[in-house]
Design a protein around this ligand. Sequence first.
Ligand code: FES
Ligand code: FES
Length: 166
Amino acid sequence: MNTKLISFVLNGEPVSVRVDPFELFVDVLREKLQLTGTKKGCGEGGCGSCTVLINGEAVNSCLLPAMRVEGTSIQTIEGVEDNGELHPLQTSFIEKGAVQCGFCTPGMIMSAKALLDKNKSPSKEEILEAVSGNICRCTGYVKIEEAIEDAAKTLRKAAVKGESHG
Ligand code: FES
Ligand code: FES
């Protein structure tokens, strides 16, 4: 099989890794790069647990051929905290009880982050739409929606103070 060395930016750091032609990015993350925060649930695009950001857009990494990642900038749940400080989304999910088993949480947070990076005042409908591809079997979506709304509020306050949360 013709493997290929691909290079991209991962959580702000340049990375090169050799991949097989049919290898999926979720497997590269979890098995070759040992970044197991990104979960693999259904493996077929139906649950959102494998969501990562590619150039700021939320994608299911279980459907993403690893070779397509060449030259892009990827963010995973491991890259969401800032210098050891949790992102407001992470804090709000904990404080609002939006985490139970936690399996959906990394993907849920990445979908929410894709939204809040572009829109810091989303409506309830926009929040629910942003996480509509993320399945949670434990919490229901009320606490998740509240947590995202709460994080948006924190981010708006931080923006007024001139703080950044990448
Ligand atoms: Fe990718 Fe379910 S594991 S969508
Ligand atoms: Fe368990 Fe969402 S917290 S699936």
